[in-house]
Design a protein around this ligand. Sequence first.
Ligand SMILES: C[S@@+](CC[C@H](N)C(=O)[O-])C[C@H]1O[C@@H](n2cnc3c(N)ncnc32)[C@H](O)[C@@H]1O
Length: 366
Amino acid sequence: HQDILQPITTNYAPWTHQPVCTEHLDAIDSPLCVYTNATFSNGRGISIFTTPQIAEEVAELLPLQDPAILASHGVNPDEGPWHVRELPGKGMGVLAKHDLHRGDRITAYTPCLLAHMENVLSTPEREKFWRIAIDQLPCHSKEHYLSLATIYGDPSVVNQDVVKANAFEMQLGGQMHLAVFPETSRMNHACSPNAQYYLEPSLLAHFVHAARDISKDEEITISYAPPMQPHRARQHYLLDAFHFTCTCSRCRNGKASDMALEEIDNLQSSLGDWSADSTASVKNAEALIRKYKEEGLDAFLDTAYGHAALTYNAVGSVRGTEKYAKLAAEAVTFKYGPSAAELDMWRELESKPQRHSSWRRRKSIG
Ligand SMILES: C[S@@+](CC[C@H](N)C(=O)[O-])C[C@H]1O[C@@H](n2cnc3c(N)ncnc32)[C@H](O)[C@@H]1O
């Protein structure tokens, strides 16, 4: 009975349970196994359904090697500047506990489930393994997971249903995985969201920051759908993937929002045209930023700020370049995280505008 009484052993370290595996799957040339660390991050726990090779890579990541690393990055706090409430027509939602400023961190959490994206297993087979993954989590995490929203409401596939309604995609070991972050899962969608998220796979974490100022008791929203797609395409995507009809401000005025997108598109084409007869101008760059803000697209301003930085540099304005390269870097950080590849370029442009290939390239245009 010793084994039964002590199911948690160190034999599989850092995993606390013996991995449970499928047979070899030819399509991915590997089995997939459930790996659980039930003590992860002060007993929050984490279960990963992935290949043995990727599990080895994950086991080497800092959060599994050094228990203090997540806390030092402010990940998995006990509480944050938000609370959950029932909202008319949306189920639960997340509201701001107090006023928030653009750039403030809202949530930072690790997932309780990470599952390799595949279409090899049958639905019942996948459910069997994902159920083991969730069952092996500490009680409070399992309960939290099973309390989340579902799409179909079919209890026989509840573990997949929760993933369908709540998962984000996270790249691990070169393969896409689905990740469920229970706290962040309560955030609803808006096509003009006031918050922006990014994933940091090296920390196994998901971060959300305010994309503009948010008032106390205002709902905190993120975008589930590509925000620059036309109204019909966004609606279609949300209905198909999440089974709801979006009634956000941009969707209530679908025609106006499509016209604004067209204007944005035209301005971006003009600013991206480096030929001699380009209509690019700093006036157009400023108009583009205004248009993004009017549409509530603050979370996606990196593109507009980037155009502005290059346009100001192209007419030899160091001040304009510095201002917008800095804002572009900041917007990129909110959207892709502090290790985003584009950051170096904007920082370089901000510190040495004259060295950039765009310097005075349109010196005749004002
Ligand atoms: C990730 S969950 C968001 C939290 C969810 N409202 C809850 O009660 O847990 C996704 C589900 O929330 C609902 N939802 C999200 N955004 C919505 C919106 N803008 N309008 C209506 N329902 C929404 C949909 O049912 C969707 O499938």
